[in-house]
Each structure stands twice: as C-alpha cells, then as structure tokens.
Design a protein around this ligand. Structure first.
Ligand SMILES: [Cu+2]
Length: 136
C-alpha cells in the first residue's frame, strides 16, 4: 500500500511538473481562475506586443482583480496608492463573475508581476508572474 502511495506521489509530481512547463510556452490566451486567495494558474507566458485575450473567472466569495505591474515594478506585500502609477493594466471582477477581455502585451520582454490589488490579498497569496517573450 505504501508503495502505491509513493508511485502515486511521483506520478502526480511529474504531471504537475509538465503542467508547469506548459506555462512557459507563450500563448495569446490567458485563462485564469481567482479564488480566495489564489490565481490559478499563477504564471503565464505571452508574446511581446501582441493582443492577449484574458478569460478571468472569480470563483471566490469576494471581489478580486488582475493587475499587471510595469516591468521591474512590484507592489510588494500590499498594493497601495503609491503602486497605482506603476500599473501596466488592470481589471476587476466581482465574486462569481467572469470577464472575457483583451489587452496588449508589453512590447518590452521580461518578467512582469501581476497581483490582486484588494487589501490583504497579496499577502494571502494573490501574486503571479507574467513572462513576456519575443516572437521569432
Ligand atoms: Cu483578490
């Protein structure tokens, strides 16, 4: 029985690892679920300068947001008024709601932080990484 458990753990981690690998493949579509208090998944790769479709669902019980910070900017542990000028793009979703919208990916490749701006939510875990990559 113990052996089966170990095998199951290994298979599960392999599956999870391969899923993680997919997030580094650039896509013009982002599908994200927001819960209390997580982005699932919490890492995306998009091609620089292209139009990105964002499909976001708030599966939580409180309002959440998807806020992309400018390159090199971090909201830290709490999003405050001082962080607002450093926002690249943002959208808010009511609990139980969903949105289907588009934004233009930053033309400058690199790593961008995205967060939920609602007080306390970054500390609770609502932070992720948007990897902007150049097309060939
Ligand atoms: Cu939130």
């Amino acid at each position: 029985m113990k052996k089966f458990l170990i095998v199951w753990v290994i298979i599960t981690s392999l599956v999870l690892a391969s899923c993680g690998g997919n997030s580094s493949k650039p896509s013009t579509k982002i599908d994200v679920s927001m819960t209390d208090f997580q982005f699932q998944p919490n890492a995306f790769a998009v091609p620089a300068g292209q139009e990105i479709t964002l499909n976001a669902k708030n599966d939580g019980g409180v309002v959440h947001s998807f806020v992309i910070m400018n390159k090199g900017q971090s909201a830290g542990t709490e999003f405050t008024a001082e962080d607002q000028p450093n926002v690249y793009w943002q959208v808010e979703i009511q609990p139980g709601g969903s949105i289907d919208t588009t934004f233009t990916a930053p033309p400058d490749p690199g790593e961008y932080e995205f967060v939920c701006h609602v007080p306390g939510h970054i500390q609770a875990g609502m932070v992720g990484k948007l990897n902007v990559v150049t097309g060939e």
